[in-house]
Design a protein around this ligand. Structure first.
Ligand code: IMP
Length: 429
């Protein structure tokens, strides 16, 4: 039996979805615990590309139960659309297969409208959000005026609360130069969503506790990445939830002591979408080369991702913050063909060198990365199916990362498909 949390160690888009999909072969439960449809997991199965925003990647495995935990913010429209599309593709989405926490908060139309209106108004200072209403929904959760999914199945209570909440939201929307929203339209729509989702809603915390007692394999699928965490990320250029592994417990309701392992996903280079500091960003031809070769365009918004060298100062910090027990390195194939590869090993800020990630935004903008240069390799790694056949410079690159981080690499991914995966040690799940 194993309970494993999969987290991104950078700014998201590390390739978590694919790793989770591969590990899910042996998982009985796959659990989302934070974020919402700001996430986008791209998977290639039998040459067909699937992008999931809310439903855990485990949905493609017949034996796996997928859980959307209480820490997730759910846009019912997007979720229902995702369920219907997958059903059409022939996947099972029965209420036995998909379980949704009745405590998860629902994204409302005014959350999306406020997210977009605020970003529009912020001009220079915008965060570069995905515009999916994530921040405003979490704000309302903390402000105790949000709607849990269970509430949209209770028409009478929902009606009363919506009336008072919408009054305030429309006031803000008008202030931000956006159109106010109609109460009846929202009410009718959300009551229908509630009816549709009702069979899926349950106390997922209890469900997971039972599963844990029955010694099932439970895999927690983190969304976004460590440096988008609301506390430890590059605030305010972050998302509105805790993306760290510890939130797997709060966001699912399974106690902290039930969680055994944490797998940190590291992309072999760094990317970021949206605004904010990025010490190793490549603003030259090489950055464009990595973007094109790696297909670095947001799977949720289609925005081009900013690209740069691997930053081990970040990853070392992420290993500490998440209590990472092992690492998976993804997209190693994208680096093939480069004669030299740089890795950032420390930061210089106003002449002072350090190997920890600063909390001050001002300091982050001033970072001068200190690089170690390593030899590149030519070979197409997608064709390699055993560890022994890995080119020696690839092994050197991996060993360098492993030694620096003092954490074992257990998986490497050399392409988008399930088969492009090598296990360096015994399988962790
Ligand atoms: P929000 O989560 O939509 O509020 O966006 C806040 C920041 O997080 C923006 O910079 C987004 O680009 C970024 N972000 C949110 N979700 C993801 C993700 O799944 N991958 C990468 N970046 C993300």
């Amino acid at each position: 039996m194993a309970t494993l949390v999969v987290v991104g160690t950078q700014w998201g888009d590390e390739g978590k979805g694919k790793i989770v999909d591969v590990l899910t072969e042996k998982a009985h439960y796959v659990v989302r615990f934070q974020g919402g449809n700001n996430a986008g997991h791209t998977l290639v199965i039998n040459d067909k590309k699937y992008i999931l925003h809310l439903i855990p990647s485990g949905i493609f495995h017949p034996q796996t139960v997928c859980v959307i935990g209480n820490g997730v913010v759910v846009d019912p429209e997007v979720l229902i659309d995702e369920i219907e599309k997958l059903k059409k593709e022939g996947f099972s989405l029965s209420p036995e297969k998909l379980k949704i926490s009745e405590r998860a908060h629902t994204i409302m139309p005014y959350h999306k409208a406020l997210d977009l209106a605020r970003e529009r108004r912020a001009n220079q200072n915008k965060i570069g959000t995905t515009g999916r209403g994530i921040g405003p929904c979490y704000e309302d959760k903390v402000g105790r005026r949000g709607f849990r999914l269970i509430e949209i199945t209770q028409p009478k209570l929902f009606k009363e609360k919506l009336k008072s909440v919408l009054e305030e939201k429309n006031f803000f929307l008008k202030f931000l130069g956006a159109d106010p929203l109609d109460f009846h339209k929202i009410y009718e729509k959300y009551i229908q969503y509630g009816e549709y989702l009702k069979p899926y809603l349950t106390d997922t915390s209890y469900l997971l506790w039972k599963a844990y007692q029955e010694k099932k394999n439970i895999l927690f699928e983190g969304a976004q990445g460590t440096f988008l965490d609301i506390d430890y990320g590059t605030y305010p250029y972050v998302t509105s939830s805790n993306t760290l592994s510890a939130n797997a417990s709060c966001g699912s309701g399974l106690g902290l002591t039930c969680i055994e392992k944490v797998l940190g996903i590291v992309k072999a280079y760094t990317t970021r979408v949206g605004e904010g500091p990025f010490p190793t960003e490549l603003k030259d031809e090489l950055g464009i080369y990595l973007r094109e070769k790696g297909g670095e365009y947001g799977s949720t918004t289609g925005r081009p991702r900013r690209c740069g060298w691997l930053d081990l100062v970040m990853i070392k910090t992420a290993v500490r913050l998440n209590g990472v027990t092992e690492l998976a390195i993804t997209k190693l194939d994208v680096l093939s063909g480069l004669s030299k590869i740089k890795v950032c090993v420390s930061y210089k800020i106003r002449g002072q060198e350090r190997d920890t990630f600063p909390s001050s935004l001002e300091a982050l903008w001033e970072v001068e990365p200190v690089y170690q240069e390593l030899p590149g390799w030519e070979e197409d790694l997608r064709k390699i199916n055993s560890l022994e056949k890995l080119p020696s410079f690839v092994k050197d690159y991996l060993n360098f990362i492993q030694d620096y981080l003092q954490t074992p690499i257990t998986i490497i991914s050399t392409g988008p498909e399930r088969k492009n995966c090598l296990f360096l040690k015994e399988r962790i799940l």
